[in-house]
Design a protein around this ligand. Structure first.
Ligand code: GLC
Length: 872
């Protein structure tokens, strides 16, 4: 019987300060605290007394101690301070209390860390990975169906042996220690983020495990909140303070967010040490900036990728792809990309084409390009194990790129192509090999890569054999350079490192273009390489609704480029649901409609003329908003700022809005109030503080009032005064869209694709008595470099004055990039028609009043110079 006695670090016998860090040796553990920056602390508690080494794939910045840490011992307490954070380590117990420099206490230990050996069957999430029956089933299924006779070259006996095999001998390499820690929660604290989840935006009261899972694999499902992605990171928000916490684990861990004890945040990590980071905030925006400063800023997508994407599992041939493209163009529905699902492959072999259905891939892609449509192809990680002359398999075996079982045999599982092998993306050489495999697709002209099934999703027998069950890679399979880790420790990274391998491959192979990679599975850091969607949803109102808190939580977790399958993947979508979904989807950071092959047609024209018209307008609106959305993509790339976000992000001081999840902000200037139920033609909308404008009518509606300067301090103001409600018309096709007063929205013309030049830039200006937020439009060529000053242009826009003296200031265009010659259309939204309009203090003769939209309109050629528009 294993000894289940719990241990704690005990008293500190000796401590030592280094630059930006301290190490404390306890009777039976070691604690290390690093000031990564003045607003980020890393805390590690290692029962073994030895800290785990960092891994080859990790970024050095995570372990960098870049901040200053002052250290002082007083009365058996170690007082640590950075500019923004304070920590107190109790030298008798090892408990840590934390807080901000100005005295607020947060994330303090209720008791010291404790640990004991954990038997994995105690963890329900890991059950499939442990089931012995499954392991033996695969062994026999592999033996019977992966017939070695057909493929002598891949039989384990002839496959190369490696150091990994040698290292795996006998030892499981698995750390079986489980570590627990409970931290005090403020009773008013909401807990947000945690990545891709179902359920309420505020996660308080939930227990969430972190283990990437294909929830639709047979025998699986949602256990402890696990979905395809895993982000053990949270944002805590109470009146006046936001702070964040992230676990530094890519293996199994969980958060108990007040489920077991309402006043406690429980952390559990399976592995050799408890490793976590604390972010000082003090606002939600600061927390997200700190998280992405540490884990990497989101990649800047090429402009085309912000356009509309059409996909379906079941576009089976070159002819069908061309027909879809033609339909979009002849119906004048804008589109920028068509996705090719697994149907394009030869027997589902990755990096191959079925030459009967796609006789000339280059011609297929060219036909799309001629219509200004980009091609995206799916790639799964499983490499078909049977068959001759399959270079992917052969080079993979030669390079020993596939994961092996602990006994040294190649791990075989089943996916679309039947018996398959799985690359070990933790290895540097494997990522390079995988990246280079994309050369053929790029040669054919493919523009983007869609990575799927990379949790990874595997079953124990061919799909056609009844009784298939999910199969896990053995937890003790060795992975990484020199077998540096095991699957238990690296599981959640599978999709992330596959995305990284793909991104880096595209970057190497086609350096002049920005890589665009879509992934289903992801974890912290994946935003550097990939956009993600939320997996296989259903055509239901429930799943439409769920997309709101789900995508908003992704944004708070550092992943701004996200979307869900518009119309739903499984099931039959009806016209009303599709209309509602596409009008909302026009504001998803990643906008793609996708469906299961067994579902009825789901293209925008599949539901009749009325829905087609709604879909066309929704997608056109997406294209009109692109200059704004693209600026948001640049901002996300610079600071991690989410594109789609909950109200709490922009209005943290309005505590009563913290849990609102049926309205979201799109960047700081726009709020959407989607309709997620059938048969509705109006919708109640909550208006946060300030003036708001109905985008559809241009009319002003006042929101709640902000108490003096509470916005800046985040003080606990009288919450109830901070919002108003109003009822807005919302028939299908008219989802309420509200613009924040004091802002200037930048819109483009209706276009069929991003390839059409922006010949007109419209500045929609919405006055407010409050000093508006200044806003900088960021533009570039839409692809290629794009990060340097000489390849970008920035234009500062500021709206001042209320209805009485409105003034729009346009700054001079800064930076080296030159737009296509274009008109500037300035539209000042006013309650009444003004007497005259002045441009640069000169009264205008040919301005006009747009009564329907309550806007005075002045048009000029965009000369890149500074201008001022005012009304009298
Ligand atoms: C998975 C993906 C889905 C795709 C299908 C076939 O279910 O989530 O998007 O269509 O595999 O490749």
């Amino acid at each position: 019987m294993p000894d289940h006695t719990e241990l704690t670090p005990g008293r500190v016998c000796h401590w030592q300060a280094g630059p930006g860090s301290i190490i404390a040796e306890h009777a039976q553990a070691l604690t290390r605290i690093d000031a990564i920056a003045e607003d980020i602390l890393r805390i590690r508690v290692a029962p073994s007394g030895r800290l785990a080494p960092s891994h080859s794939w990790q970024d050095a910045s995570r372990s960098l101690a870049g901040g200053r840490l002052s250290v002082e011992e007083r009365l058996r307490v170690l007082h640590l301070e950075t500019g923004a954070m304070r920590a107190r380590l109790d030298l008798d117990t090892g408990a840590l209390s934390l807080g901000s420099a100005d005295g607020a206490v947060y994330a303090s230990d209720l008791a010291p860390v404790r640990w004991r050996p954990v038997e994995r069957h105690e963890i329900p999430t890991l059950a499939p990975a442990l089931a012995p029956a499954v392991a033996s089933t695969v062994a026999s299924a592999a033996a019977s169906t992966a017939a070695p006779a057909a493929t002598p070259s891949v039989s384990p006996a002839t496959a190369p042996t490696t150091s990994r095999q040698a290292n795996s001998g006998g030892s499981t390499g698995l750390a079986t220690t489980g570590l627990w820690l409970q931290k005090a929660l403020d009773p008013r604290e909401g807990l947000f983020g945690c990545g891709q989840r179902f359920g309420a935006l505020n996660r308080r009261g939930q227990r969430l495990a972190h283990w990437t899972t294909d929830i639709h694999s047979p025998g699986l499902g949602v256990v402890d909140g696990c979905l395809y992605q895993s982000h053990p990171v949270l944002l805590a928000l109470r009146p006046g303070l936001a702070w964040g916490l992230m676990l530094g684990s890519s293996g199994y861990s969980h958060f108990d967010l007040g489920a077991e004890r309402p006043d406690a945040l429980g952390l559990f990590s399976l592995g050799g040490e408890l490793d976590y980071y604390l972010f000082a905030g003090p606002t939600p925006a600061a927390v997200v900036e700190q998280i992405t400063r540490l884990t990497g800023r989101p990649a800047l997508p090429p402009l085309w990728a912000l356009g509309y994407h059409q996909s379906r599992w079941g576009y089976r041939s070159d002819a069908e792809i061309r027909t879809i493209a033609n339909e979009f163009r002849s119906r004048r529905i804008p589109i920028d990309a068509i996705h090719l699902d697994i149907d394009y492959m030869d027997e589902f072999r990755v990096f191959s084409w079925d030459r009967e259905r796609f006789p000339n891939p280059r011609a297929t892609v060219k036909a799309l390009h001629q219509q200004d449509i980009h091609a995206v192809t799916i790639i799964d990680p499983g490499v078909k194990r049977i068959g001759s002359s399959y270079p992917v398999l052969e080079t993979g075996l030669r390079g020993d790129h596939f994961i092996r079982r602990p006994d040294g045999e190649l791990f075989t599982g089943y996916v679309w192509p039947g018996a398959s092998l799985f690359p070990d993306f933790c290895r540097t050489s494997t990522r390079r090999w995988w990246g280079d495999l994309h050369a053929g697709l790029l040669d054919a002209g493919v523009d983007g890569i869609w990575g799927d099934m990379n949790e990874p999703a595997i079953v124990d027998r061919p799909f056609e054999v009844p009784g298939a069950t999910a199969l896990a890679i053995p937890l003790d399979a060795r992975q990484g350079d020199d077998a540096e880790t095991c699957h238990a420790e690296a599981h959640n990274l599978y999709g992330t490192l596959m995305a990284r391998a793909t991104y880096e491959g595209l970057q190497r192979l086609r350096p002049q273009r920005r890589p665009w990679v879509l992934t289903r599975s992801a974890s912290i850091g994946a935003q550097r390489w990939a956009v993600s969607w939320m997996g296989d949803n259903a055509s239901s109102w429930e799943d439409l609704r769920t997309s709101l808190p789900q995508l908003a939580s992704m944004g708070l977790s550092g992943s701004p480029h996200v979307g869900v399958d518009i119309g739903g993947f499984y099931g039959a979508c009806d016209g009303e649901l599709f209309a509602r979904w596409i009008e909302l989807g026009a504001f998803y950071p990643f906008m793609r409609a996708h469906a299961y092959y067994g579902s009825p047609p789901q293209e925008p024209w599949a539901f009749g003329e009325e829905v087609e018209a709604i879909a066309r307008i929704a997608i056109e609106r997406r294209y009109q908003f692109l200059p704004y959305l693209y600026t948001l993509a640049h901002r996300a790339h610079r600071t991690g700022e989410p594109i789609l976000r909950p109200l709490l992000y922009d209005f943290p001081q309005a505590t009563e809005l913290h849990e609102i999840e049926d309205q979201l902000m799109v960047g700081p200037l726009l709020m959407i109030a989607p309709v997620c139920e059938p048969g509705v033609s109006e919708r109640q909308v909550l208006l946060p503080p300030g003036a708001w404008y109905d985008f559809h009518t241009g009319s002003r509606i006042d929101g709640g009032a902000l108490p003096a300067r509470a916005a800046d301090t985040g003080a606990d103001a009288n919450a109830n005064a901070m919002h108003r409600r109003c009822l807005l018309p919302a028939p299908p096709g008219r989802m309420p869209i509200l613009v924040r007063g004091g802002s200037c929205l930048t819109l483009g013309p209706r276009r069929q694709s991003t390839r059409e030049p922006l010949t007109k830039l419209t500045l929609e200006a919405y006055p407010d008595e409050r000093q508006g937020d200044s806003w900088t439009l960021i533009e570039d060529a839409g692809d290629g470099g794009g990060n340097a000053h000489d390849t970008q242009a920035e234009t500062a826009l500021a709206m001042t004055g209320g209805q009485a003296g409105p003034r729009l200031r346009i700054g001079p265009r800064q930076g080296g990039w030159q737009p296509h010659p274009r008109q500037l259309v300035l539209r000042l939204h006013l309650a009444q028609q003004p007497e005259q309009m002045l441009l640069d203090a000169v009264p205008q003769v040919d301005w006009r009043w747009d009564q329907a939209d309550h806007a005075a309109v002045v048009t000029l050629d965009d000369d890149g110079g500074a201008h001022q528009l005012s009304a009298e």
